[in-house]
Design a protein around this ligand. Structure first.
Ligand SMILES: [Zn+2]
Length: 158
């Protein structure tokens, strides 16, 4: 079970490195009439002159802006919402959560340093590591190679 922490950290770091390699910037959607495209936000106010990250061509009349309403623009908007800047911020937050829920190894047991539950005598006792918070963070990456379904938090099946 302890491997989930190392696996999760490696996944987050790989995500962050990929976002940094992709420029680490905010991406915005631009249009030249018939195409939607993604460009770095710094391309404002003339995004159509910037180098495009990717583009989609739609069967619309460029002179009739209302035709966009009929097109499925969900993929460009999804990618823009998960641009490198956003990904890096999310990874940094995930790494901070992982650091906060550090595993304490007493030699006899492994427990979370911040999560507690009520023990037999009513006292607060440390939760066995990896805690539910860490397992939930890992669960968000469950479709990746190396995921072990046994790592799923209690009460969640996939
Ligand atoms: Zn915890």
């Amino acid at each position: 079970m302890a491997e989930v922490v190392e696996w999760l950290r490696s996944q987050i770091i790989a995500d962050k490195e990929a976002a940094e390699a992709a420029g680490g910037e905010e991406w915005i959607i631009g249009t030249d009439g018939q195409q939607l495209f993604l460009v770095p936000a710094k391309a404002e106010p003339q995004p159509w002159n910037a180098e495009r990250i990717t583009e989609w061509t739609y069967p619309v009349n460029p002179r009739q802006s209302g035709e966009w309403e009929e097109c499925d623009r969900s993929k460009p908007f999804h990618i823009a919402r998960h641009d490198p800047r956003d990904t890096i911020a999310r990874c940094e937050a995930d790494l901070a959560i992982l650091d906060e829920h550090e595993v304490h190894d007493s030699g006899f047991s492994r427990s979370c340093t911040v999560c507690f539950e009520e023990g037999k005598d009513g006292d607060d006792v440390p939760v066995e590591a990896p805690c539910r918070t860490v397992r939930l963070l890992a669960y968000g990456r469950r479709y990746r190679p190396g995921w072990n379904p046994d790592w799923a938090p209690e009460g969640i099946t996939s």
